[in-house]
Write a protein that binds this ligand. Structure first.
Ligand SMILES: [Zn+2]
Length: 209
């Protein structure tokens, strides 16, 4: 996609939804409209999902990896749902491009294994709560698109979880290719430094028109 398209994508529409660090939020985006996912304070991982307006289809990472022909989405890529239909087009990315499609959302079991107290906030619960607040019944938690999450793959196929390098104020912009609800969890992870070491979790802001 051309430089001009990417630049045009960074003009933010006027309606802002703040997702407080460690919580989830959802916005409805009509086909043809854009949503900006902004890493307002930097380095914050944003677990991201999209579902059809009635909850019938879900953004799918496994289907999307095949559609893209790679593991990490780039500007110009089309992300698809579990019926292989185009769902989101990535039209701009000023974060430096580290995003993950391989790692499951954090959940109570993950924090139990890390030795956290019971009741630690987690992205799986945030997804379910945000979807319910949008009037949709959550099914299982799909694999998220982990925006701003750095998970390099070594030549031997091993994975490491590194700190996000997304700068403050950087963003990813998507155009909706069907009516959808976009759900974002500003990941509560504070035991593994995926969102850096400077007091995560921090807010993510969503801009829509
Ligand atoms: Zn998480």
């Amino acid at each position: 996609m051309s430089e001009g398209v990417a630049t045009a994508g960074t003009a933010r529409p006027g309606s802002r939804t703040t997702v407080t660090g460690g919580t989830g939020g959802a916005v409805r985006v009509a086909a043809g409209h854009r949503v900006h996912v902004v890493n307002t304070l930097g380095q914050q991982v944003a677990d991201t999902w999209a579902v059809g307006p009635h909850g019938g289809s879900t953004l799918s990472m496994s289907h999307t990896r095949l559609a893209m022909g790679r593991v990490t989405p780039r500007v110009g890529d089309v992300l698809v749902d579990d019926l292989r239909q185009p769902m989101l087009a990535m039209v701009a990315d000023t974060s430096g491009g580290g995003h993950d499609t391989l790692i499951a959302a954090c959940d109570p079991q993950r924090y139990r294994a890390l030795g956290a107290e019971a009741g630690h906030a987690n992205c799986s619960d945030n997804y379910r709560a945000a979807l319910a607040a949008a009037g949709l019944a959550p099914r299982s938690t799909p694999d998220p698109l982990n925006l701003f999450m750095a998970v390099p793959i070594a030549p031997d196929g091993s994975l490491t979880l590194e700190s996000s390098s997304a700068p403050a104020g950087s963003e990813v912009v998507f155009e909706a290719l069907q009516d959808l609800v976009l759900i974002v969890s500003a990941c509560p992870q504070d035991m593994v430094p995926i969102s850096g070491t400077t007091s995560p979790p921090r807010q993510i802001d969503l801009y829509t028109d």
